[in-house]
Design a protein around this ligand. Structure first.
Ligand SMILES: [Zn+2]
Length: 168
């Protein structure tokens, strides 16, 4: 019986690690989808027009929401939208209330503009939004569609949020 070629042995050795990495990666991409969906749905409910939402797979996995008119940092809605993204991905990673990366940072930055009390209110407003069942349904649906579509026009985002309110 011929000996196993070196390359075959090498592939066998790296395969388990590659599979493990693929699983981690897809979890990361899913988390990103919920993060962006959290921003987008919060923006929708606060009346901020979205141009598009995108999600990139691959090495530079990430995503973003582009608004028709970006809000200035002095508009508290901008902060609610930012925090909603952090909370949405935290919720999909584990039970809400677990440590939310980015939240402390946002709280400090918002406190510099609005004062500590208003900054805490901003966080609570975002938490209230993300925890509302109908808003979570919209985030969940949008994240799932985004995973497949990768880029969604603002009009489509609106349609998906509306659709999440109808039982199918
Ligand atoms: Zn974000």
């Amino acid at each position: 019986m011929p000996a196993e070629p070196d390359w075959q042995r090498e592939i066998k050795q790296v395969l388990p690690a590659a599979k493990r990495r693929a699983r981690c990666f897809s979890t990361y991409t899913q988390t990103t989808a919920y993060h962006e969906a959290g921003h987008a749905v919060a923006a929708f409910f606060l009346g901020i027009e979205i141009d598009h939402v995108s999600l990139y797979h691959g090495r530079d996995s990430g995503g973003r929401v582009v608004y028709q008119k970006p809000l200035p940092p002095t508009d508290s809605r901008e902060w609610v939208v930012s925090v909603a993204g952090d909370l949405a991905d935290a919720r999909i990673r584990g039970p809400i209330g677990v440590e939310v990366p980015g939240l402390e940072h946002h709280l400090q930055e918002a406190a510099e503009i609005f004062g500590a009390e208003s900054a805490a209110e901003i966080i609570e407003t975002a938490r209230g939004l993300v925890e509302l069942p109908e808003i979570w349904r919209a985030i969940d649906l949008l994240a799932k569609v985004l995973l497949y579509a990768r880029k969604l026009d603002g009009k489509v985002v609106k349609a998906i949020v509306m659709a999440s309110h109808t039982k199918v």
